[in-house]
Design a binder for this molecule. Sequence first.
Ligand SMILES: NC(=O)c1ccc[n+]([C@@H]2O[C@H](COP(=O)([O-])OP(=O)(O)OC[C@H]3O[C@@H](n4cnc5c(N)ncnc54)[C@H](OP(=O)(O)O)[C@@H]3O)[C@@H](O)[C@H]2O)c1
Length: 306
Amino acid sequence: MPLPYSQYRFPKSIDTLALPRVTFPPGFKRRCRELGKIILVTGASSGMGRETAILLARGGHTVYAGARRSDRMLDLAELGVTPIEMDVSRAEDNDRAVRRIVDAEGRIDVLINNAGFGLYGPVEEIPLEEARYQFEVNLFGLAHLTQLVLPHMRAQGAGRIVNTSSMGGRVFTPFGAWYHASKHALEGWSDCLRIETAPFNIQVVLVQPGLIRTEFGQVLVGKLQKLFDDSAYKAGLDRMFAMISTPAATDRGTEAEVLARVFVVAATAARPRRRYVRGATARPLMFIRKWFGDDVYEFVLRRMFG
Ligand SMILES: NC(=O)c1ccc[n+]([C@@H]2O[C@H](COP(=O)([O-])OP(=O)(O)OC[C@H]3O[C@@H](n4cnc5c(N)ncnc54)[C@H](OP(=O)(O)O)[C@@H]3O)[C@@H](O)[C@H]2O)c1
């Protein structure tokens, strides 16, 4: 007759068997907690936004990718990313995008405000409506999206806004007045927002890319050529055009994938920094302006741009 279980003694070898302690690699538990965020990345049809959406989706997050050219995001769908056709300068598109995500997922954890472009040209000649559009896309569009997601993040008790600024939010280059104005504005705007939303456990993070190999230069040069064919500033514009469109200049840029890794950290790190600086020329230029002052910085610009 079998012994009742309470009287049964396991053979010594099993009785004293010490089960191996399960040890996780460093950071494993933290990474698990970080997984599974609901994220909207704007400007995801090319460049840094696109690479960031891919990397986040590969990391197990639920990613929505926004841009105007939805045909350029079809292949993202194969990776599990949901493309949303949207123009960040159109309020109704922003409303529709956020409603769609919250209806489908019940929450939104991270907004990566990355859509943007560079309007370059002489201040004297840039039509103000072009300048206003620069701000519509690079500042007011993302401000509207931020207003739309904040109530959900407050209700959740957590959230994160990652804003794509630029080294151009801290330094300046010839003919970049409106672009730099938009990125300088974004820097100050984001700093204020960070303080406002901190009590609700909503972090605001800035990424400041340097020179990155994306379609940014093409879009910039395309607009330059369209707007300033017979400019009074032609000599300077031609020098800048030559400087930014040579293969040597484009080759100097950092790969967008490198920045995508920075965005993933900015979006998912448990304790993110306020700012992440990455990419060719960003650190040296920001360093020179900060520590040597504007005289030296402008001397360096003259050497670079002629
Ligand atoms: N590349 C650089 O050297 C550099 C350096 C510093 C900062 N940045 C900043 O990085 C961000 C991403 O640029 P990128 O370098 O990756 O350039 P990119 O390849 O030209 O990508 C820009 C993205 O923004 C989207 N976009 C532009 N206007 C939009 C609008 N009105 N509504 C929605 N989406 C819009 C574009 O998509 P659609 O055209 O399909 O809408 C595209 O997906 C920008 O904010 C830029 O200012 C770039």
